[in-house]
Design a protein around this ligand. Structure first.
Ligand code: DGJ
Length: 706
């Protein structure tokens, strides 16, 4: 019935999404580069209507934003739920369609199933397509929601899927799989975003790279359980779904109640993964509260002192930190009553009078007196059984009565949906932020949550963060979860930094940060120089390699710099100055990653949005097969501008690690962005686990940062 269909074209500079709306759930008729203005959308849609295969249904339905089994779709249903087993498949008819300035709202109903459904689509100017769905129970009995999964039809070229896997201290590891017939499913039921599965999936042309291939990406902005599914159907069509993973009976709607899905964000790129992640970055940078002031260089006390809080020692640490240019001092775990190790006291959010006989205020004022901002670590959602809070309110912890408690890091999770527990935490956090001049909070969360109440826990967590944000809008919150187990765009709406990983080993960090950078722009990605010998791996790295690795992110130190040598402190001071000089560029520019042909090396960088300047890193992960580095192509530069190229020497970069420099090192170079991108640069021979930073300045702007 082509004449009852309408088409809505949502357009951003780099992408167009054509949505077809007829009598039922809308569908994506086209998702790709913008089409010519005079495109006949009905004809486009007609051209892509598949033939009906033999041996199946008389008429195969099109793939919609919520596939319905009741209409004959064999894709995973977009809406799954029931009333004690009946009815199991919704069939939705359009009630209303409304065009919004940059999107579309669609309302549908299935009176037989007693459901109203709403879909809200929006195409942000950055090119991110956001889809949120909700379902309301219009029946007279309870309705159990098991899945509400916005579904996007994949471009026909999508043949390979990239997901991000990992574990504690090794997050965001890239894995690729061919998308053959069947499904690739990533399920996370750990009760937090997780180390193991980022809610992010890319699908593209076989072998898509950083700078080539058609790629789409989907990310679920949610800090609880998730389900991502890419599937190739037997008829060849492909789709991708992103949903909250609900446990059985977790969401039961009483009559009139509504369940809202987390928002799925989707990007398209005709030119590879880098451009796709640049769209995510532009979107994140446009979110309310995104930091615009220079990102303060911080010192975090964790790997410096752990639980050993001695006020004199901490003051000395702050003194040394201030001398070398640190701008924020973050007091990590160990400051509250009885917290001498990780077995006890979570929940008792009162300053430990034994460790801080003059109160925490004395340290706060000392730090602030040095000109540094003060930051404080908390882990509000948790409680140790060995704590005053648990002894007073054992019922506030999430547990199944009659089942054994499952501990992780000796702790349990507080039920934030319990109004008393919520009120206690809000009062304690509000009190700390009111009593002390705290500019920054590191909000940690150190265990998985096993029970089937992750949905309401996540909603309550967001409410707690939102309320604190309202009361203390000036306080910056970092999202930490045993490192990078809570990194997603849901938490990033409420926080302004993520602790990327507990691993400060620069070698591991290179790949962790690269994977994280598919979604998170560098100014939000916590990156620290740790001690010479990594505490998580035992590897030893030069200061230069550690510095080059932390350089691009939200930079910090996590090291007892009061026990570092004078030479090391001088080196740190120099690195901090260099980072401060470049951070306006690093934290606003476009992140680029190269398709370097040598698997033993990585290339990445940041190019100013106006193309005037760039910083690149060549990173030697391990020994290469060739005797000298393969020519390094520098992507993302303005092809029409000439750049002066020079090495940014880092302190502690022993000559021995940069052997046999090519001739251009002596004088620098001047070449166009086109040549640097296509032909490439020769570099010195690198030892494994070393890096070279390059600075490029477009010639007419030679004064910009010199
Ligand atoms: C886990 C975090 O990731 C670390 O940085 C540190 O804050 C510890 N928790 C403290 O217990």
């Amino acid at each position: 019935m082509p004449d009852s269909r309408t088409y809505v074209a949502l357009t951003a500079p780099s992408v167009q999404v054509v949505v077809a709306v007829d009598g039922g759930v809308p569908r994506i008729a086209y998702w790709g580069l913008p089409l010519p203005d005079d495109t006949d959308l009905a004809e486009l849609d007609r051209a892509t209507e598949p033939a009906t295969p033999q041996g199946g249904l008389d008429r195969a339905p099109r793939l919609t934003l919520l596939p319905e089994q009741g209409r004959g779709s064999f894709a995973a249903p977009g809406i799954v739920g029931h009333r004690v087993g009946q009815p199991w498949s919704a069939v939705l008819a359009t009630v209303r369609t409304e065009r919004t300035p940059t999107g579309l709202t669609w309302a549908g109903a299935d009176p037989t199933s007693g459901l109203d459904v709403q879909l809200v689509l929006d195409l942000d100017p950055s090119g991110v397509l956001s889809i949120a769905a909700s379902v309301t129970n219009t029946g007279e009995t309870d309705y159990t929601v098991e899945r509400l999964a916005p579904t996007l039809t994949l471009p026909t070229s999508a043949q390979e899927v990239l997901t991000l896997a990992g574990r504690w201290s090794k997050e965001f590891q890239v894995q690729r799989q061919p998308l053959v017939t069947g499904a690739i499913v990533r399920e996370n039921a750990r009760g937090r975003t997780s180390h193991e599965s980022s809610p992010t999936m890319f699908a593209g042309t076989t072998g898509f790279g950083e700078t080539h291939g058609e790629v789409v990406g989907v990310h679920l902005a949610w800090s609880g359980n998730h389900l991502l599914r890419a599937e190739r159907l037997p008829d060849g069509r492909g789709y991708v779904q992103a949903a909250e993973l609900l446990q059985f009976g977790e969401v039961v709607l009483t009559p009139g109640e509504t369940y809202a899905s987390p928002t799925a964000h989707a990007v398209y790129s005709a030119t590879g993964l880098t451009a796709a992640s640049q769209v995510f970055h532009a979107f994140v940078r446009s979110m309310p509260g995104h930091p615009t002031a220079p990102r303060k260089v911080l010192l975090n006390t964790w790997e410096a002192v752990y639980f050993d809080h001695d006020v004199a020692g901490l003051k000395q640490l702050a003194d040394r930190a201030a001398e070398i240019g640190v701008e924020r001092f973050v007091l990590d775990d160990g400051w509250f009553r009885g917290r001498d190790d990780d077995t006890t006291s979570l929940g008792d959010w009162y300053v430990d009078e034994r460790k801080y006989p003059d109160g925490l205020g004395a340290l706060v004022e000392h730090v602030r007196g040095l000109g540094l901002e003060f930051g404080l670590w908390v882990e509000p959602e948790m409680v140790n059984p060995d704590s005053d809070l648990y002894r007073a309110h054992p019922d506030w912890a999430i547990a199944v009565v009659g089942h054994p408690e499952v501990l992780a890091r000796h702790q349990l999770v507080l039920d934030l949906a319990n109004p008393d527990a919520f009120a206690y935490l809000l009062e304690r956090l509000d009190h700390l932020l009111t009593e002390f001049a705290i500019g920054y909070v590191k909000w940690d969360m150190n265990r998985d949550l096993l029970q089937a109440q992750v949905h309401r826990q996540t909603v309550a967590l967001y409410a707690l963060l939102d309320e604190l944000g309202r009361r203390h809008p000036e306080v910056e919150i970092e999202s930490c979860s045993s490192g990078g187990a809570r990194i997603d765009l849901g938490i990033l709406r409420r926080t302004r930094r993520v602790w990327t990983s507990d691993c400060n080993d620069a070698l591991e960090r290179q790949l962790i940060q690269r994977g994280c950078s598919y979604i998170v722009p560098p100014e939000l990605m916590g990156a620290h120089i740790g001690p010479t010998t990594s505490h998580t791996t035992g590897r030893v790295h030069t200061l230069a390699f550690r510095a080059a690795t932390a350089f691009f992110g939200h930079f910090g130190l996590e090291w007892d710099v009061s026990s570092a040598s004078d030479a090391e402190r001088d080196g740190l001071a120099e690195i901090i100055r260099l980072h401060q000089r470049f951070r306006p560029l690093l934290h606003t520019g476009r992140v680029v990653r190269g398709d370097h042909p040598d698997p033993a090396a990585l290339v990445h960088g940041v190019v100013a949005t106006d193309g005037s300047e760039a910083v690149f890193a060549y990173v030697q992960l391990q020994t290469s097969d060739p005797t000298v580095p393969r020519l390094v192509q520098l992507p993302g530069l303005d092809p029409h501008r000439t750049y002066r190229v020079e090495r940014l020497a880092l302190p502690g970069e022993e000559a021995a690690r940069q052997k046999h420099p090519p001739p251009w090192y002596a004088t620098g170079l001047a070449l166009s962005g086109a040549v640097l991108g296509r032909s490439g640069l020769a570099l010195a021979v690198h030892d494994p686990e070393s890096a070279t930073l390059l600075h490029l300045l477009a010639e007419q702007d030679a004064s910009v940062s010199g």
